[in-house]
Structures are given as structure tokens and as C-alpha cells.
Design a protein around this ligand. Structure first.
Ligand SMILES: [Zn+2]
Length: 231
């Protein structure tokens, strides 16, 4: 078959293709240096793992079609092909998976599907930081606010704060909307501050994700890097 650049430019990589196929296309187009196909494979995979917080939340519905081992596979291929914006988005998802899966891989008859050593180490390191960011950024109003001194508010915040730290697979996700806290019995001021803090804090944490994984100082740099590879 002859190489036809015109038809290649028209070639569309649909996000409806199976995730393993999309990963295969990303791998091959990177290996054989076909940037426009690579770019489209990245865009297709960003259907599941976009580089913005709003996009990431909306994509929650489409991610239900993925198994955890699929997401590990996407992370490994994104890392090997240096698809950095995709990698940051998928790693933040991997960091929220069950610790046993992260440490030992997802059991499978053909052999456990594991994160590469680099990805596993990045994810474990990130979980530590994410727990800290949940308390100090997203839930700052729950753990550290000293503005309201009502006994009831202090007690409720302390109880709810302690409850959150227990039994969550070792991770309090700072990107969560924490809807479980929306109607706790605190005063209107405390509730408002908590609500606002969560909205602003989630975005603040999202902006730190590239740095958490040691990929770049911010999302813009990552996205520009992927676009530069395309040019
Ligand atoms: Zn209060």
C-alpha cells in the first residue's frame, strides 16, 4: 500500500474506537512519527481524560465505560509516548483508584494489569499530596477556619472532618464536590464559606495537577507542549 499523505490528513480517529485501539494508534503514530494521527489519537483519548476540570467532571459519564485496567493502560501509553496533558489527566484518575490496584495491578486471567513503575511511583507520591491539598485547600473552611466560634459549628466541623479522614481507601480526593457536606448542621456563614471554599479549592487543586506529577508548572505548558509536537 502506498503512502498517501492527503488521505492521512483526512483520517479521523474517533473516540468511539475501543480504548485499546486508540492506545495502539497513539503508540504507533508516536513510534513512526506521524504527528497528525498522534494528535487525533490524543484528542480522542481526551474524550475520557480532558485537560480542564469542567471537562473532567463532564467526562465522568463516559469514563464509566472504561475498566480500571483500561485506565492504567492509557496512563502507561501516554507516559511512554510523552502525551503529557493526557497523562496528567489520566494519572489524577488513577490516583483515586483502590490502593491494592495501584500497588499490585488489576487482577486479570492473562496477568495483572499494572501501572509502570514510573507511573505507580508518581501516583503514590501524588496521593500523599492530594490528601494534604484536600485538608488545606478544598476543605480549608472545614479544618482550619477560625472565623466562627459557635460551639455547635466547631463540634460539627470537627466530627465531619474526622469522619472524612476515615475509611476512604486512604485518600480524601481534593477534586471531589463533597456533596456529603452540603447540609451539615452549621450556621449559614459556615455553610456558605465551606461551599465557596470547595468550588474555588477544586479549581486551585486542578491547576496544581501537572506540578503534582512533576510534568510541568501548569496545564497551559502541557497543552502547548502537545500542540508543539503536532506542529
Ligand atoms: Zn458557624
Amino acid at each position: 500500500m502506498s503512502y498517501d499523505p492527503v488521505s492521512l490528513f483526512r483520517y479521523n480517529v474517533s473516540h468511539k474506537l475501543e480504548c485499546s485501539v486508540l492506545c495502539g494508534i497513539l503508540h504507533m503514530s508516536s513510534k513512526y512519527n506521524v504527528p497528525h494521527i498522534r494528535h487525533r489519537a490524543i484528542i480522542a483519548l481526551q474524550h475520557y481524560f480532558p485537560p480542564t476540570l469542567d471537562g473532567f467532571c463532564v467526562a465522568k459519564a463516559v469514563r464509566t465505560s472504561l475498566r480500571v485496567r483500561d485506565t492504567f493502560h492509557i496512563a502507561n501509553v501516554a507516559s511512554q509516548t510523552d502525551a503529557s496533558a493526557l497523562l496528567a489527566s489520566v494519572l489524577i484518575f488513577c490516583a483515586q483508584q483502590h490502593l491494592d490496584y495501584i500497588l499490585d495491578g488489576v487482577p486479570h486471567p492473562g496477568g495483572a494489569k499494572e501501572l509502570t513503575r514510573t507511573n505507580r511511583s508518581a501516583v503514590l507520591h501524588a496521593r500523599h499530596q492530594l490528601n494534604h491539598l484536600a485538608r488545606s485547600v478544598t476543605l480549608r473552611a472545614l479544618y482550619y477556619s477560625e472565623e466562627c466560634t459557635r460551639q455547635n459549628c466547631l463540634l460539627v466541623k470537627r466530627t465531619e472532618g474526622a469522619k472524612l479522614l476515615e475509611g476512604r481507601n486512604g485518600l480524601v480526593n481534593p477534586l471531589s464536590k463533597f456533596s456529603c457536606l452540603s447540609d451539615i448542621p452549621v450556621c449559614a456563614d459556615c455553610r456558605e464559606k465551606l461551599h465557596e471554599g470547595i468550588i474555588i479549592g477544586r479549581e486551585e487543586v486542578w491547576q496544581k495537577v501537572p506540578e503534582i506529577f512533576g510534568l510541568a508548572p501548569d496545564w497551559d505548558t502541557l497543552v502547548k507542549k502537545d500542540d508543539a509536537d503536532y506542529d
